[in-house]
Every structure is written in structure tokens, then in C-alpha cells.
Design a protein around this ligand. Sequence first.
Ligand code: NAI
Length: 275
Amino acid sequence: MGTYAVTGSASGMGAASAARLREAGHRVVGVDLRDADVTADLGTADGRRHAADEILRLCGGALDGVAAVAGVGPNLPDAAAVASINYFGPVALLDALRPALEHEGGGRAVVIGSNSATTVPMIDDHLVGLLLAGDEEAARAHAAGAQRSLPAALAATSPSISAYATSKFALARWVRRTAVTPEWARRGITLNTIAPGAVVTPLMTGSTLSEDDLDPDTFPTPMPRGIFGRPADIAFWVTQFLSPEAGFTTGATLTVDGGTDAAMRPDAQPTAMPH
Ligand code: NAI
């Protein structure tokens, strides 16, 4: 049986992923702000360092897989914190844990992005550049500044919507760029993104409507399947990506959203190679 680190293990998709791994007999090192094996704030450099040190100590320096699930939603008032938690949290932690995934057979890593990266028309290109350049200070300052020009109606409900979608966009791009580097690919380590749509968790009901008021037919984005996702729908794919058999899939983004992205942008994929 394997040893896996799961961030965001105290709630929602992270809790469901940890539970599914434990049910299969694996050992899970959970990381969260509370109720976890490792208590750490992944929104800060100190917190990430502490999380990585503690995970490595608890697993004896060897991991079969990492699921970077922890994150916050677009309702968080502080756009700078959204950039730190949703982008630098998983990126810095995975960079620190990569050596522990380097072993016979190769380890597995999966991050939780969001279909908002492709369905929210508010991607901030400048912020994408700062995030991918690893400049957290400049990214935080830019996200906070850009937030001030958000229309009032949007600011009232989703004050960090642009930073949220942009951090998830940059995260998926970081995954594609990083997964194919020799340090990951040639050491047998896979790295992929899952992009969920609307999944009923405390994050989602805090961002939009209460669970009782959720109706797929009046939801702001199309819901072709007529249902909302549940944490188990994402945990299923997390455990597939983490399984030893998944060695030929890397740099991929799997959208798990009941058809929202396909309904909004039916012709966006496949994208032809320019000629
Ligand atoms: P959740 O709120 O149920 O769980 C998120 C967990 O992350 C919580 O336990 C929270 O304490 C932890 N967390 C937040 N900030 C942290 C920090 N600074 N350091 C350490 N842990 C922290 O939410 P959910 O929905 O399960 O979210 C999981 C991931 O899915 C997040 O990355 C979120 O952005 C993403 N997502 C959620 C969607 C949804 O509809 N619920 C849609 C698309 C993406």
C-alpha cells in the first residue's frame, strides 16, 4: 500500500480524496489549516515550508503521490491571498515534494484547477505572467490593484473572481510546462490537473447560493447534465491520477464539470497546431 499527501484534507474534495485513499488501504498525510496531520497555511512561504518539512518527516522522504487540493473560492475578499493560496500554494509544495516522488516506478501528482480557467472571461494576462514567473510579491500587488476596478455588482458577490480564474489558469499552464521537464517526466513522475465545475462543497455554497437554492437550470453557467458535482465525483479522478497504472498520462487537464465547458465553448477543443 502507498503513502499519499493530500492538501485541503479537512473538507470537500480533499476530504473525499483522503477518505477514498484510506478506504483503499493507503496511508494519507493530510494537510490543512485545521483538523489535519499537518496544520499549515499554504498561503504563506513559511506555511508551505513547514508543510513540506512535516510531510517529508512523516513519510520518511518517500511518497507515492501528492494531491494538491487545498484552495479558496472567488468569494474571498482578498485577491492577493487567492493568488498566494491557489497558485503558489500547490506550486511551491509540489516543487518541494518532487524529490520524494522520485523512486522506482515514479510517483504521481495531481492538482485541482477549475473550469473557471476556461469559462470565466476575466483572465488577467499580466497576472498570469507574474504567477508563472514565480514573482509572488508582484503578483499579490497586481491582483490587489486589479481587484479595485471590478464592477460593483460583481465585487459584491465574487470580489476575487478574476484572481481566482487567473490563478487556476496559470496553475494548469504551470502543470503543462512542468510535467514535461526531465526532472518530472524522465524520473517517471506524472503531473496533471483536474478542472472541476460546480461541486457542492462549503467553498461553493459560500461563493454562490445555499445548497437548498441550487438549481442546475437557473445556475449562472450551463449545467448540461442537470446535476451538480459532489466531492466524490472529483475524488474518483484524483485516485485514478494517483494510481501507479496512470503512468502514461502527464501534462493533461481533465475537465470534470457535467458538461459546462463543452456547452460554453464547444469548438475550443481540439485546437489545431498552427501551420
Ligand atoms: P472546501 O472549502 O470544502 O475545501 C478546501 C480546503 O482547503 C478546506 O479544508 C480549507 O481549510 C483548505 N484551505 C484553504 N486555504 C488554505 C490554506 N491557506 N492552507 C491550507 N489549507 C487551506 O472547498 P472545495 O470545493 O473542496 O475546494 C477544493 C479545491 O477545488 C479548491 O482548490 C477549489 O479552488 C477548487 N474548486 C472548487 C470548485 C467547487 O465548485 N467547489 C470548483 C472548481 C475548483
